[in-house]
Ligand binder design. Structure first.
Ligand code: HEM
Length: 268
């Protein structure tokens, strides 16, 4: 996604294209199996079946390659950003016992209201306000997606630079979300920034982007991350082994030593 499009052996782009072709082949098998089951009467119940059934305004269905492309996009988007937010939750909260204690109090309240073996539901997720504010801070300090491209629809001038119509511009989550005008002491992890009643002007807090192309997986991501938070704090307390560990990676931020932690188990 973010590499120079030079397709010769040894380049990232070349390897990515080969990997994408292999994944599309696998997905092709899954699509054909799904189509066969749908022909036998299986109801549309997941995104793959809906993608198979979807038509454009002229009534035309997508080809197998198009469906595989869409599913591959969702697999990438659905996995890596969520995993990055979870990783940095472990890092930041592992270094802040005060924040861990507040999350544990919130999650214990949710857990004790459930019967033994009862699964979390949507209402429980709504109760996890403090935990989500912590995730907001985690994503503000280390955004899973660094930014995205937009095309200028008209000529405009910003901060003394003239951007001609048709140019591609890259907007960044990290600089936007660390603007001291809206986030005083921007490097500090402070979940109280999002306390009830505090609101940010549009386009100032953008971990999921903004406008008509805003992330469509936002609510799913919240569900997946908070379910993880619930289960991990219920069972464990942890410490980060290398608090100063460098963060590398190119598109996704990755702790260079793999974020070793010391786990202590408990149950609430
Ligand atoms: C913590 C998790 C996630 C973060 C931080 C995140 C962030 C973002 C951001 C910043 C964008 C660009 C938005 C823009 O251009 O305004 C985006 C787009 C997108 N995201 Fe996510 N995302 C996350 C999870 C997911 C999940 C779970 C899915 C799907 C299951 C998903 C699917 C997409 C798709 C399809 C787009 C492109 C939307 C478009 O261009 O119209 N994302 N995401």
């Amino acid at each position: 996604m973010h590499s120079i499009p030079l397709s010769f052996p040894g380049t990232t782009f070349y390897r990515a294209n080969k990997a994408a072709a292999a994944i599309c082949k696998e997905l092709g098998i899954i699509i054909r199996e799904k189509r066969a089951r749908m022909a036998e009467g299986e109801q549309a119940q997941d995104i793959l079946s809906h993608t198979i059934l979807a038509t454009d305004p002229s009534g035309k269905h997508m080809t197998e390659a198009e469906i595989a492309g869409k599913i591959m996009g969702l697999l990438v988007a659905g996995y890596s950003q969520v995993a990055t937010a979870m990783t940095f939750f472990m890092k930041y909260v592992g270094q802040r016992p005060d924040i861990y204690a507040k999350i544990l109090t919130e999650q214990t309240e949710v857990a004790t209201a459930k019967k033994a073996g009862e699964l979390l539901d949507w209402d429980d997720i709504q109760k996890m306000k403090y935990s989500w504010n912590v995730i907001y801070e985690v994503m503000r300090l280390t955004p899973p997606i660094q930014g995205a491209f937009r095309e200028a629809l008209t000529d405009f001038t910003y901060a003394g630079y003239t951007i001609p119509k048709g140019w591609k511009i890259y907007w960044t989550v990290s600089t936007t979300n660390k603007n001291p005008k809206y986030f005083p002491d921007p490097e500090k992890l402070d979940p109280s920034r999002y306390d009830d009643g505090k609101a940010f002007p549009p386009f100032t807090f953008v971990p999921f982007g903004a406008g008509p192309r805003m992330c469509p997986g936002k609510e799913y991501a919240r569900l997946a991350i908070l379910t993880f938070v619930h289960n991990v704090v219920k069972r464990f307390k942890w410490e980060v082994v290398f608090p100063e560990e460098k963060i590398g990676g190119d598109m996704m931020p990755i702790p260079e030593k793999g974020l070793p932690i010391r786990l202590q188990s408990h149950s609430c």
